[in-house]
Design a protein around this ligand. Structure first.
Ligand code: PLP
Length: 454
């Protein structure tokens, strides 16, 4: 029987994360503070442990994964690489489609890969309390779980629209001992300001980040944890691509193209960066891998944003980073892929995109649900709405292969399962979803509000 699953042993869990900075043609663009000067690490130490800040600025190619982190990874890693043979047959494509199922983690997504590492380094630094934001609830549940593993209390500011749409994500976070607050909230000045303007504000990741950072900065016992965007988060996620490379060797295959959903960029970074290492060295057996970030058409930071300095949050508490952005006060439409509703993108992903080393495309909401349902009916797994973006792009490529007769190998980062997103699937079946195009006028207004740097 032809194998469909490519499983590694627990001893194959990578011992090091891969840092793409070592292979970038230019060093990462510096990050600035409100005073227009590069931000010193000590300043960031008010909300992050030094070990993570050192990773944030490191240019070392390989960074050792601490043994206590690997111990916890062992609960679900290595995650399986699966050949989507039934989907290939359904599409009638000569392409071979593989997916890495990150939905097997306790929280149901790739996010615990960094949550566990972040909770560990904070616990080593003596921190007993963390604040964070969450969109769809995937990150919040991951850090709630990770906090529980290391005895850390967690408060999660959850984007209000997701708080209402996903009550069971809230229950998960509470099960792992976290406190969940709908954002914008009345607990912070940021939240109160937004509520004063609009008491029905649906919230956004940018606002929730502001609330979590504001609280962490005002309390000595509390640090802040971010689920995406930053270099250390991208670093921790590379465990996905590193495992996948070993699994493709087992399968005797190698991807032509990698697809991952792209919100803040961490799951894309995790799947793609380890292949970029090969590309930088001329490609495996001379074969370069195309790396494709897939974003929602309603929140298209890479494909429609500007490569400019901007804040990582809505209110301007974070340092100013060079990234593709829609403007920090851009309010993304309320699509169901809550984890992709972010105005900016990872500075590393942005720089690599700017330099032409990776690609990006955007897909509309209805097409993503259509492909998620197709995937579920062929492969059994019901994907998260975010993951549906990568699946859509891979299906489109597989259909192109059908036209041309090319037998490309396509690798999808299936970043999570959709078990807590069934209300969104129901809305799709009931014809109650639309594509939620963004407003061009709102975009040009928010792009006028970028901070001036340099
Ligand atoms: C399942 C899933 N996939 C993808 C993402 C997008 O985030 P990132 O771009 O950091 O991977 C999220 C974010 O919450 C998510 O929950």
């Amino acid at each position: 029987m032809e194998p469909l699953r490519f499983n590694l042993e627990q001893s194959d869990i990578p011992t090091h994360w891969y840092n793409v900075v070592a292979d970038m043609p230019k060093p990462p663009a510096p990050t600035f503070g409100p005073d227009n000067k590069p931000v010193p690490l000590e300043k960031m130490a008010a909300i992050f442990p030094m070990a993570l800040l050192e990773q944030e600025v490191s240019a070392e190619r390989w960074i050792a994964i601490p043994e206590p982190v690997r111990e916890i990874y062992r609960l679900w890693r290595p995650s399986p690489l699966i050949r989507a043979k039934r989907l290939e047959e359904l599409l009638g494509t000569p392409a071979r489609i593989y997916y890495k199922n990150e939905g097997v983690s306790p929280a149901g997504s790739h996010k615990p890969n960094t949550a566990v590492a972040q909770a560990y380094y904070n616990s080593q630094a003596g921190i007993r309390r963390l604040t964070t934001e969450t969109g769809a609830g995937q990150w919040g549940s991951s850090i709630a779980f990770a906090g529980q593993m290391f005895g850390i209390e967690v408060r999660v500011f959850m984007v209000r629209v997701s708080y209402q749409q996903k009550p069971f994500r809230r229950s998960m976070m509470r099960t792992w001992g976290a406190e969940v607050i709908a954002s914008p909230s009345s607990l912070t000045q940021t939240g109160r300001d937004y509520l004063a303007k609009d008491s029905e504000n649906p919230g956004s990741l940018g606002i929730a980040i502001s609330e979590a950072v504001e609280e962490a900065a005002s309390r000595a016992d509390t640090n802040y944890a971010l689920g995406s965007v930053l270099n250390h988060v991208a670093l921790h996620q590379t465990i996905i691509g590193l495992e996948a490379k070993k699994q493709f060797d087992l399968a005797g295959d190698w991807p032509d193209m990698v697809f991952a959903p792209c919100g803040g960029g961490s799951s894309f970074a995790g799947a793609a960066f380890p292949f970029l290492a090969d590309n930088a060295a001329g490609g495996k057996n001379g074969k370069l891998v195309r790396l494709v970030a897939v974003e929602p058409a309603s929140c298209p930071s890479l494909t429609k944003g500007l490569y400019a300095y901007d804040y990582g949050d809505a209110s301007g508490f974070t340092p100013i980073m060079k990234m593709y952005t829609l403007g920090h006060d851009f309010m993304p439409p309320g699509i169901h892929a809550g984890g992709l509703r972010y105005h900016g993108n990872s500075p590393l992903v942005s720089q690599l995109y700017h330099e032409g080393l990776i690609e990006a495309i955007s897909v509309p909401q209805l097409a993503t649900f259509e492909s998620g349902v197709m995937f579920a009916r062929a492969e059994g797994i019901i994907p998260a709405p975010e993951s549906n973006h990568a699946i859509r792009a891979a299906i489109d490529e597989a259909l192109r292969c059908k036209e041309t007769g090319e037998a490309k190998t396509l690798f999808v980062n299936l970043t999570g399962h959709g078990h807590f997103d069934m209300a969104a699937y129901d809305r799709y079946f009931d014809g109650a979803l639309d594509d939620h195009p963004y407003s061009e006028e709102a975009l040009s207004t928010s792009l006028r509000h970028l901070p001036q740097v340099g």
